[in-house]
Design a protein around this ligand. Sequence first.
Ligand SMILES: *Cc1c(COP(=O)(O)O)cnc(C)c1O
Length: 394
Amino acid sequence: MISEYSRTSVTLRDTARFSTICIHAGQEPDPSTGAIVTPIYQTSTYVQDALGVHKGYEYARTQNPTRAALEANIAAIEGGRAGFAFASGMAAEGAIMTLLEAGDHVVVTDNTYGGTYRLFERVLRKFGLDFTYVDTSQLDLIERAITPATKMLFLETPTNPVLGLTDLPAACEIAHRRGVAVVVDNTFASPYVQRPIRFGADLVVHSTTKFLNGHSDSVGGVVVAVRDDHIEWLRFVQNAEGAILGPMDAWLVLRGTKTLPIRMERHNANAMVLAEYLAAHPKVAKVHYPGLPSHPQHALARRQMSGFGGLISFQAGSLERARTVLNGVRLMALAESLGGVETLISHPATMTHASVPPERRAQLGITDDLVRVSVGIEDIEDLQEDLAQALDRV
Ligand SMILES: *Cc1c(COP(=O)(O)O)cnc(C)c1O
């Protein structure tokens, strides 16, 4: 379904399928030249024809055609009604949280992205918001955490880095029964793999830095909404706080979303091959990947995901062995972040999750021997050979 807020091209019908939506939604030939690609409108203001007469654009914090094209595009991709692009994934989350007021309570997936935890605990608690972190893969824990003050359920599935899942339709049902709005951080899966609005989510947030842009060359975020009250407030706060995505980055992400389906197919396929390879490898203690039948929530993954995503993690047996693999790879790059065309390998305990206390890391399954791979779209033989030679050193 194409967003009614989208600037859709004349040829795109509301029966359009996913790849067609990715390429065309929100895109129309540039009205002044016919350019097929939405230009980078690198401007701060717009000349008005006469006092009070303009073309719908007054000042570029409020409206920018490149950003508007991206917002319509991602709203359609996620099956929402409106999108709002921000300077980063964290800025997008910050905007969502302004829907709340002092005294409101939020139930959060316990293994949420570290930056989300930091925003909630270090910034938003100062403004009177309260947060409870639970293992949202256990539906009864969600139910029990909801209080009369709860206004929002903030979910992340799959989680980073152990790839635990939350049952989205069931969690949305529980929340909505209690009048609680559901936000899903869909960064890890990407909308090719999972579209939470279909399962009842009210708001979807992305770090476009990851799979949506897909080329490791831009930082950004987007919120997709369905409810009128949310849309109205987000439009207001995007302008009022002003943490907007710039036109150059909006253009880069638009270029990225056009190839999202074929990139994700390759991410999914490569990750599946590497997960199976690692699971059979004698030097690997355990592999975490929702696509493996050994994953405790494999059946749920099959129900709510199409393909199992590009992230895998595995346990090398000890910190020393993990270090040998991490330092031994030649093609895979040792780096944080994920979702780009190039394969990245990282050590959560000392990199992305270094600020999480050791006992908490242990509870979340982030062991010292855990290695995470954001599997890129290179030739799978090269990726497998690289891991093989690194594991040989162990
Ligand atoms: C990266 C990331 C974010 C934050 O996005 P930025 O663009 O880095 O601000 C939020 N959630 C998840 C799951 C992420 O991976």
